[in-house]
Design a protein around this ligand. Structure first.
Ligand SMILES: [Mg+2]
Length: 415
């Protein structure tokens, strides 16, 4: 395989080659972080045929503190121009805000092109060229702190975003147990978005085209009621009830057969590790609760009814494919065109259900092979994991050493 710039002597070589090619040197890293995501071979810049993907919580940080060898690992990869991407089921903030925090915490330069959080793939749904162009459609954004996720969605290019806070403030009768004092401070008038507030009947006239759960809902009861209402409505018109619901002559007994909005979830994790000593329910918990209510209302699978939904986040195929596309873009050297083949990606995670399962199950459309590496620095506490990785190691540094050894790279200096 092509020689890699590893070790002290090769670092000198790297600087020399970078000068001759008018590329940035390792010491320029802080000013130009993306440049160093490319390897240097004998005569031209070329990305290696492998890359790393790292989960964040439990791998690089824990309880808002950097894990011991996280800085060393990322610095090493950047210095040696080995591409990597950060792939997390976290979210609720813009990619820029989260990357700035991480960069400070880990003391390494990072940028948003190497960062995928749970809802990042939603951005493609606002893409003019995407299959499902929802750019100007009415999107109900669910979950997150205050209206941060609304602003994230608007940053992705969605031009018509409403939140449960907007709706409940306009129609307080929609959920009688709501705590309006929580929602009012960040609610926007629906009329500003071109929705008339009320018909003469007093019912809402809002039409929702898609429901996107961006992050863990803060008001499960309101959000459950509101999403259920829309799933049972006529074409997403709030306050209506489809007459097709329960029709045994229709597919899915008529449920979600009347133009109701698509339902998207960004993170299937049932639990996550918070500061409390036991795992806390995550967005997957809300999904299970909503599905339980939907099944209770419709009869559920026993009645031949399924909740139709679209899932993103690890371990889904869509999120891994999105991450792989990002890695490919990231490996491309602007002046040199496409990088060579990406043969291997090493997924390093602490959660067997999402990181390991996702990497094991992922089928790359271009044939890249993903290898799963489980670390002991996060939620995994030992024993036989529910989904078996290729290897179990202590931490992220050991994970990278494993990957480099598999690629035949001399790792003496990484011991
Ligand atoms: Mg994790």
């Amino acid at each position: 395989m092509a020689t890699f710039c590893l070790g002290r002597r090769s670092a000198t070589l790297t600087s020399s080659i970078c000068r001759s090619l008018n590329l940035l040197r390792p010491r320029d890293l802080k000013q130009h972080p993306r440049c160093l995501q490319t390897s240097v071979t004998n005569d031209q810049p070329k990305a290696p045929s492998f890359a790393f993907a790292f989960d964040i919580d439990g791998v690089l940080i824990r309880s808002s503190e950097a894990l011991p060898r996280a800085h060393r690992t990322l610095s090493y990869l950047q210095t040696h121009r080995i591409p990597f991407i950060l792939l997390t089921n976290g979210g609720g903030k813009s990619e820029q805000e989260r990357v700035q925090q991480l960069s400070r915490l880990l003391d390494v330069p990072l940028d948003t092109s190497m960062f995928v959080q749970s809802h990042t793939p939603f951005a493609e749904l606002a893409n003019d060229h995407g299959k499902e162009n929802l750019k100007d459609k009415c999107i109900l954004v669910v979950g997150g702190d205050g209206d941060k996720c609304r602003r994230v969605a608007e940053g992705y290019g969605f031009n018509n975003v409403v939140t449960p806070s907007d709706i409940i403030t306009a129609y307080p009768d929609l959920w009688p147990f709501v705590l309006l004092e929580y929602h009012r401070p960040f609610a926007r008038p629906l009329a500003q978005k071109g929705h008339s507030n009320q018909e003469s009947s007093g019912h809402p006239t809002l039409k929702v085209d898609a429901i996107m759960v961006f992050n863990d809902p803060r008001d499960w009861a309101l959000d459950t009621q509101l999403v259920l209402d829309l799933l049972l409505s006529i074409g997403g018109h709030l306050g209506t009830l489809s007459t097709k619901n329960g029709d045994p002559n229709l597919p899915n007994r008529g449920y979600q057969q009347d133009g109701q909005p698509e339902l998207y979830f960004s993170n299937p994790d049932l639990f996550w590790a918070a500061s409390y000593h036991l795992p806390r329910l995550g967005q997957g918990g809300f999904q299970a609760a909503l599905e339980g209510v939907f099944n209770a209302v419709t009869g559920g699978p026993k009645n031949g009814v399924q909740l139709h939904k679209k899932l993103f986040g690890k371990p889904t195929q869509g999120t891994f494919q999105f991450a792989e596309n990002r890695l490919r873009q990231h490996r491309t050297v602007p002046q040199e065109g496409e990088a060579g083949e990406l043969r291997s990606v090493y997924m390093v995670g602490d959660n067997p259900e999402s990181d390991i399962r996702g990497a094991n199950d992922y089928r790359s459309p271009t044939g890249s092979k993903w290898h799963s590496i489980l670390v002991r620095s996060g939620v995994y506490r030992g024993g036989k994991p529910a989904y078996e990785p290729k290897v179990i190691v202590q931490d992220v540094w050991d994970a990278v050493r494993y990957g480099l050894r598999k690629e035949g790279v001399d790792t003496d200096e990484t011991s």
